[in-house]
Design a protein around this ligand. Structure first.
Ligand SMILES: Nc1nc2c(ncn2[C@@H]2O[C@H](COP(=O)(O)OP(=O)(O)OP(=O)(O)O)[C@@H](O)[C@H]2O)c(=O)[nH]1
Ligand SMILES: [Mg+2]
Length: 368
């Protein structure tokens, strides 16, 4: 709430609304405040807290969500004053992740992030609230764990880290086995259309929906392309602004699919008013996870919803030959993309095989 850039401020709130809906809650009212710096006790000022109280009474709200990160003390103070559960954007995102986590790995990752991010922000109110309302902001694999004594949390965190490392090692082994396989990963902002494209390209039935964070687990499938036998493609978790760093850290092993890919297909929803912003955020996360050097193509998706010809260029530094205007819905532009990919991967895999042959040769020579 302290953003001075008006447009970004409102866009962020619009996105928060989408997040609330994706967590199966409903928005009944909104309060904004601009001030040079947040109040250390209650984030917003005293007047705003009073305004919030009135709004809560008028709308019968049972949860307040803040768009910015709150300190554990601010959560406590706000809950005391409002007598209502208070969560921040990070907790809300965690909640959506918790709901969508299906594989063992995703569950451990969410649980770890919950213990690190949520535990310090939980108050006595939450147990009661969680039972009564199903607990947006506190449910998920770590729900029962969150009732543990805070002193036990450290031990739990250490145990979860250990389990995650084990899973990560298994992934490494699988990846080693796939060394001679060409790996493509779909990446991009949440709701860009990655899973829809993935399904179209692989005929897999991965869940795609107009909700944020449908996909949590990286799904990898063989990708039939030309005469190539050994290509896999992965669908991955979407990115978003103000993602709690605890969550990015926990999902590091899933995001390895991106880091170790041979080619990234960066998907952008060009029909979205904030697509340039989403694209920037995607580039930032790619850098954050050490994937900035992986070669990429740019897919401008949902072209059926806009006049793509009239759009300003998204990235002037990007080679136009590597930008594809597509629609996963109408399949426009997909043939052109597939033709390009077939040739590109063909050349690249020949390069890979040459490198591998050289490496093998060197190994033989050094063994002499
Ligand atoms: N009109 C139109 N809608 C699309 C297109 N591609 C995807 N969608 C819709 O956009 C929504 C999001 O698609 P997903 O494929 O789930 O997006 P995602 O990037 O996988 O999202 P997360 O997994 O949440 O990160 C769905 O409702 C899709 O039907 C497209 O080319 N045109
Ligand atoms: Mg998806």
């Amino acid at each position: 709430m302290r953003n001075t850039d008006d447009a970004a401020f409102h866009e962020s709130l619009e996105e928060l609304k989408e997040l609330v809906v994706s967590a199966d809650a409903q928005v009944v009212g909104m309060v904004t405040q601009k001030r040079p710096s947040p109040d250390s006790r209650t984030f917003v000022g005293t007047g705003k807290v009073a305004e919030l109280k009135d709004l809560i009474a008028a709308t019968n709200a049972n949860l307040v969500v803040f768009d910015e990160k709150l300190s554990p003390a601010q959560v406590r103070n706000l809950e005391n004053e409002l007598q209502l559960k208070v969560i921040d954007r990070g907790s809300l995102i965690l909640d959506i992740f918790a709901k969508r986590a299906h594989t063992a790995e995703a569950k451990i990752q969410v649980e770890l992030a919950q213990l690190q991010y949520l535990l310090p922000r939980l108050t006595r109110l939450w147990t009661h609230w969680s039972k009564q309302y199903g607990g947006v902001g506190t449910r998920g694999p770590g729900e029962t764990q969150l009732e543990v004594d805070r002193r036990e949390a450290k031990t739990k965190i250490a145990k979860l880290r250990e389990r995650l490392e084990k899973v990560s090692r298994q992934r490494d082994t699988q990846r080693q086995r796939r060394m001679d396989t060409y790996k493509i990963a779909l990446v991009g902002y949440t709701n860009a259309g990655k899973s829809t494209l993935f399904n179209l390209l692989t005929k897999a039935g991965v869940w795609a929906d107009d909700k944020l964070f449908c996909t949590l687990d990286a799904v990898t499938r063989y990708f039939p392309l030309g005469n190539q036998q050994r290509i896999v493609i992965s669908d991955t978790v979407g990115f978003i602004k103000k993602l709690p760093h605890e969550l990015v850290a926990s999902f590091a092993s899933t995001l390895d699919e991106v880091r170790y890919a041979n080619l990234l297909l960066v998907v952008v929803d060009i029909s979205h008013t904030n697509c340039a912003d989403h694209y920037q955020k995607t580039l930032e996360v790619l850098e954050q996870i050490g994937a900035e050097k992986v070669p990429r193509l740019l897919l401008l998706n949902k072209s059926d919803l806009v006049d793509a010809a009239g759009l300003p260029p998204l990235d002037l530094n990007f080679s136009p030959a590597r930008i594809f205007v597509v629609s996963a819905k109408t399949q426009a532009g997909i043939d052109k993309l597939l033709n390009f990919l077939t040739d590109y991967v063909d050349i690249e895999t020949r390069g890979l095989q040459r490198n591998q042959a050289n490496n093998n040769g060197e190994a033989r020579n050094s063994n002499r």
